[in-house]
Structures are given as C-alpha cells and as structure tokens.
Design a protein. Structure first.
Length: 425
C-alpha cells in the first residue's frame, strides 16, 4: 500500500459523530425496553475460542465455512473475532453457573461483530449487533416477548412498515423426517441448483432454503414444507406463539421456507424487515429464534432458550434515508464567545468554562485573532448573542454582550455574564 494512502480494511468503516449519536440513541431506547422486560446488559469478549462458533453457529453454515476471522495466538490458542454474540452469551451463562438463577435469565447486548462477507448495501465486515436473549424457559410466550422487544424497539425508532416473517423449523424429533423429504426433493433438482447449493444439498439441505440465488429461490417454491412435518409438541408451540402475536397485534407472515443461516435454531425462527425500497435493498433488520439445544451443546445443562439480534448499521442507514429530506436542524448554539488579545483570551477561556458549568451552550473562536473573523463566524452560525472581550474589557473585568439581529450592545460585569445570559435564553 502506498505511503500516506492508508485506508480502513475493506468492509470496515470509521464512525463519526452523526452515526455515533444515532447509535447512542438506539442503545438508550433499547435500554428502556430492556429494563422494562427485565433484560440485564452483558458484554462478552470480542474474541472467543473458535470451537464455540464451529459447534454452536454450526460447521456447515456460511458463517463458519467462509466468513470467520480466525487466527492462532502467540500462545497457540485458536480464536475467532465473533461473527455473532449469542454463542458468547451462552458460553458466559455456562461458565458462570447461571443455570441456578431464577428463570428465564435475560440478557441484552450491543457490540461489534465480524464476518468476511462481500461488502454491499447494509452488509459489512465489521458491524454492530444489538441482541436480546432469554435462557431457561420453553414456553412460547418467551418467543413472543423476544419478537415483541425487537418490534417495539424498531417502532419507537420510527419504523412504520415493519414486516415480521416467522416459521417453526421443528426439533430433533421432527426435523429428521423433513430433512429426508427435502433431500429427496432437492436430489431431483440438483442440476438446477447453484454450485454452492449442490454441496449444501448433501451436507446440510436446510441451508438451500436460505440461499438468495434466483435459481434456488425458484426451486424453493415447490419444496416440501417443514410445517407439514412438525411433531405435535412443536406444532402446539408454534400455534401458541401465533396466538400471543395476535393478542399483541403484531402483524406477521408465516414463511414456511424461512430457516435462517445458523444451525442451532429449533422451533421458532423469525426475521423483521422494513418494507420500503431501501429496506428491501438491505435485507432484514433483525432476526432470531429459539435455540433449545445450544446451552447443552456448549457444555451446559439441557436449557431451552430464545433470542435474536438486530443490525445497528442497517437501522441507521434506513433512519438516514428517511430523514434525508427533512430541513436542517436549528442552530444548536445561541451564544458565540469572541475575544481580542492575550489577556482577553485568558479571561475568555475561564468564562467559557463557567458557561459550560452553567449549561449554556457556547460556540467560540478562541484560537482566532481577528474580531471580524469571529463575528462573521457568529453570524454564519445564526447565534442570538455574541460575547465580546477586548483588551479594555479584559482589564475592566467586563464583557460586551451584543444582540446579533440589531447590533445592540450592553456592557456587563464578567461575574454577572452567566446570570445575564440565563435571563435571555
Ligand atoms: P442476512 O440474511 O442479511 O445475511 P443474517 O441472517 O446473516 O442476515 P443474522 O446472523 O441473523 O443475519 O444477524 C442479525 C442481524 O445482523 C441481521 O438481521 C442484520 O441486520 C445484521 N447483519 C448480519 N450480517 C450483517 C453484515 N454483514 N453487515 C451488517 N449487518 C449485518
Ligand atoms: Mg448473513
């Protein structure tokens, strides 16, 4: 790479004030929902032993096969930059013996994830996930609450055309029969599948249903449906969930081909997207489901669980697209602090801090020398008042307060400026 031409790694981005403010706002709103429903915040390491994802997310998933950033440490450990956070939360639950806590144990989180995918709209190599997980309860009301927290959070963020897709993919009892039926259907269509799905068909046929290639989408349409193969327990569980969603008036669509890209799901899977042009271009905003086998798979006791995660960048992209046409914000400062000369600069710096303590937002040109340049800037920012401190004012411990719209000026003692401005703004 040429010197002085360094770029952030492909698919990874610098975030600036605007995006970071949005992210903080989303986090704040998530905290409100989380507090209400009793989710506690958790932060797990960004790195985990690779095995957690190989076993948990699944060896034959796109994430584990193609998208993980995995490396050997100097000490010889094989670690992975987390592609998702659920397996880390489950690992923490097991490691800290949380199976003895009152159930369900509820967590929420926000943090960066890493997937070596092809970057495109709403798809990056580093992105942030915000998730909610509930461990220790099997009842479908838990699945309904999981969907509800994402749905309400997205609603409160101003999304109006949310579409919830939902499916039940069975459990170890009934999935075997479905896999067989699907395999035999896919075998009859091998020649029409994409190259990857020809492999998937043998290793993990369910994955074919998750393929986004046009060819495979077409084949999906006539494939056998898992809903016809559900055992009674799974079927009752799904019906129970749908009834809760109806009660909550969350509109949903049963999509019998929704399977999602991770192996650990059992029974419920769901995705939420925004039904607009920009929304469709990016894919789902949030997704999740039930993972009754994962805790045990990662070395814990048999523990049912359910959760999901939302992509922060996709949410922010849609909020940005939505607010693009709105008029620019009103100026945030009503006061501009100007100064001329070294003594005035010192006095201005002190006053600036006093104004901060008094919670008066002030813009300044403390590094500038020329008064006219500072006043020009104050004009541009459309502030209501300028404070002017020249050599004379600095010596007299006074300032001039200038009303910008009519140029009217008033001399005020330095120690009365805060009170004077508080009365004006
Ligand atoms: P997709 O089908 O779009 O690839 P996914 O099923 O891989 O999504 P999940 O693993 O369920 O996604 O992750 C939950 C959420 O995280 C997604 O709904 C999406 O908002 C976000 N997400 C997933 N991958 C990316 C990515 N590469 N860049 C940005 N956001 C992502
Ligand atoms: Mg994906």
């Amino acid at each position: 790479m040429a010197k002085n031409n360094y770029q952030a790694p492909t698919g990874m981005h610098d975030l600036f004030q605007g995006e970071l403010d949005q992210m903080a706002r989303i986090e704040q709103m998530a905290k409100r929902v989380a507090d209400f429903y009793g989710f506690e915040k958790i932060a797990t390491p960004i790195l985990e032993f690779s095995e957690i994802f190989e076993k948990g997310t699944g060896a034959f998933t796109d994430i584990v096969e193609k998208e993980m950033y995995t490396f050997k440490t100097k000490g010889g450990d094989i670690l992975t930059l987390r592609p998702e956070i659920t397996p880390g939360v489950v690992r923490a639950y097991n490691q800290h013996g949380m199976q003895n806590l009152p159930k369900p144990v509820r967590f929420w989180y926000l943090g960066p994830c890493f997937r070596h995918e092809r970057p495109q709209a709403g798809r990056y190599r580093q992105f942030n996930q915000l998730g909610f997980e509930s461990l220790g309860a099997e009842h479908p009301i838990i699945d309904a609450i999981t969907i509800l927290v994402f749905y309400s959070l997205l609603k409160s963020l101003g999304f109006k055309k949310l579409a919830v897709q939902i499916n039940c993919i069975g459990d170890s009892q009934c999935r075997g029969g479905f896999k067989k039926a699907l395999s035999s259907y896919l075998r009859s269509k091998t020649s029409s599948l994409c190259v990857q799905c020809r492999v998937r068909q043998k290793k993990n046929p369910l994955r074919v249903l998750d393929c986004k290639e046009e060819k495979c989408e077409a084949i999906k349409k006539n494939a056998p449906q898992i809903l016809d193969h559900l055992c009674k327990d799974c079927s009752d569980h799904f019906k129970g969930l749908l009834e809760f969603l109806e009660e909550l008036e969350i509109p949903y669509n049963v999509n019998p081909y929704l399977v999602r890209g991770l192996d650990y799901y059992t029974r419920t899977v769901f995705e939420i997207s925004e039904d607009t042009e920009d929304g469709k271009a990016q894919g789902s905003l949030a997704g999740g489901g039930r993972y009754d086998g994962l805790v045990k798979l990662l070395g814990g006791k048999d523990t049912p669980a359910c959760g999901g995660a939302m992509g922060i960048e996709r949410v922010i992209n849609l909020i940005k697209a939505r607010t693009k046409e709105q008029p620019p914000k009103e100026p945030t400062c009503e006061v501009y602090l100007t100064q001329v000369g070294e003594l005035a600069k010192r006095k201005a710096l002190k006053l600036f801090e006093q104004l901060r303590q008094a919670n008066i937002k002030v813009a300044e040109g403390l590094h500038k020398e020329s008064l006219s340049a500072q006043l020009k800037q104050a004009d541009k920012m459309k502030v209501k008042y300028s404070i002017i401190i020249g050599q004379k004012e600095a010596l007299d411990k006074q300032v001039i307060i200038r009303e910008m719209k009519n140029g009217r000026q008033k001399i005020v003692d330095m120690d009365k400026v805060v009170r004077e401005l508080k009365g004006k703004i």
